[in-house]
Design a protein around this ligand. Structure first.
Ligand code: F6R
Length: 249
C-alpha cells in the first residue's frame, strides 16, 4: 500500500487527478471505477480542467460507479446518477453508452446486481477504482461487518451513515435506508485502487484502515491485501498515522 499525505485537499485532489490522467493517456479505453460523496469533488474538478485545457480525452472510457440509493430515480438531486452527471460527466466527453451506475429503481435487484457484475467482466474488469472512506471505515456502502469477499448486492445503511448523509436531505427521515453497492470482493478485483480521504473526521478511519488489523469491522482495511492500492490523504485525515509516509510529488 502506498500512502501519500498531502498538505491540503487541493493537493490531494491534484495528486489523484495526475494518476488518473496518466493511466488514461496510457490506455484511452480505461475502465474507471468512480465514487460519489464530497471527497472526490476536487478530483473531478481537476479532471474537468484537464479535459478543457489539456484535451484529456474520455471518449473511449467506460465507467462503473460504486453505488446508488434504492428508491431514488436518476432525476432526484440526491441520486448518485444526478451527482455524477452534474459534477463530472456533463463537463467531459464521456460517451453516455459507456457510463454505468447501479439502478436504484431496478425491480429485480438481485438480477440487476448480477448483470452489473457481468458488465464489469465484459468490460475487461476495472482498471482503476476511485474510493472514498466513511468515518466508520466503510468503502462504497460496505458497512462494518460486510463480507470481505462480497459482490454487488443490496445493503442496509447503518445509523451512522444515515446520520452522515442526512446533511444532503431536507430531513433525516428522507435518507434512503437501502443501497445497491459493489462488494468488497468486486472492489478488490480492480487492477488498481486509489482511496482518498480528507478532514479530521476521517483520521480514525484512515488510521484503522492503514495501520490496524484487517477486519470486516473496518472494510477499508481489506485494501491492505490489494496488489496496487494508493491511499492519498490530506494532513488532517492522515494526522493519526504513526508510520513515516512521504509527502512527495
Ligand atoms: C460514495 C461512496 C461512499 C463515500 C463515503 C465518504 O460513492 O461509496 O463510501 O465514499 O461515504 O463520503 P464523503 O466523501 O462524502 O465523506
Amino acid at each position: 500500500m502506498l500512502v501519500i499525505v498531502k498538505d491540503t485537499y487541493e493537493e490531494m485532489s491534484k495528486e489523484a487527478a495526475k494518476i488518473v490522467a496518466d493511466r488514461l493517456r496510457k490506455k484511452p479505453n480505461l475502465v474507471l471505477g468512480l465514487a460519489t460523496g464530497s471527497t472526490p469533488l476536487g478530483l473531478y474538478k481537476e479532471l474537468i480542467r484537464m479535459h478543457k485545457t489539456d484535451g484529456l480525452d474520455f471518449s473511449k472510457v467506460t465507467t462503473f460507479n460504486l453505488d446508488e440509493y434504492i428508491g431514488l430515480p436518476p432525476s432526484h438531486d440526491q441520486s448518485y446518477h444526478y451527482f455524477m452527471w452534474e459534477n463530472l460527466f456533463k463537463h467531459i466527453n464521456v460517451d453516455p453508452r459507456f457510463v454505468h451506475i447501479p439502478d436504484g429503481m431496478a425491480t429485480d435487484i438481485d438480477a440487476f446486481c448480477q448483470w452489473y457484475e457481468d458488465e464489469i467482466k465484459r468490460a475487461g474488469g476495472i482498471d482503476l477504482q476511485i474510493l472514498g472512506i466513511g468515518a466508520n471505515g466503510h468503502i462504497a456502502f460496505n458497512e462494518p461487518g460486510s463480507s470481505l469477499g462480497s459482490r454487488t448486492r443490496i445493503k442496509t445503511l447503518t445509523k451512522k451513515t444515515i446520520e452522515d448523509n442526512a446533511r444532503f436531505f431536507p430531513r433525516k427521515e428522507d435518507v434512503p435506508r437501502y443501497a445497491i453497492t459493489m462488494g468488497i470482493g468486486t472492489i478488490m478485483d480492480a487492477k488498481e485502487v486509489i482511496l482518498l480521504a480528507n478532514g479530521k473526521n476521517k483520521a480514525d478511519a484512515v488510521k484503522a484502515a492503514v495501520e490496524g488489523p484487517i477486519t470486516a469491522m473496518v472494510p477499508a482495511s481489506m485494501l491492505q491485501m490489494h496488489r496496487k492500492a494508493t491511499i492519498i490523504v490530506d494532513k488532517e485525515a492522515g494526522a493519526k498515522l504513526t508510520g513515516e509516509f512521504e509527502n512527495y510529488g
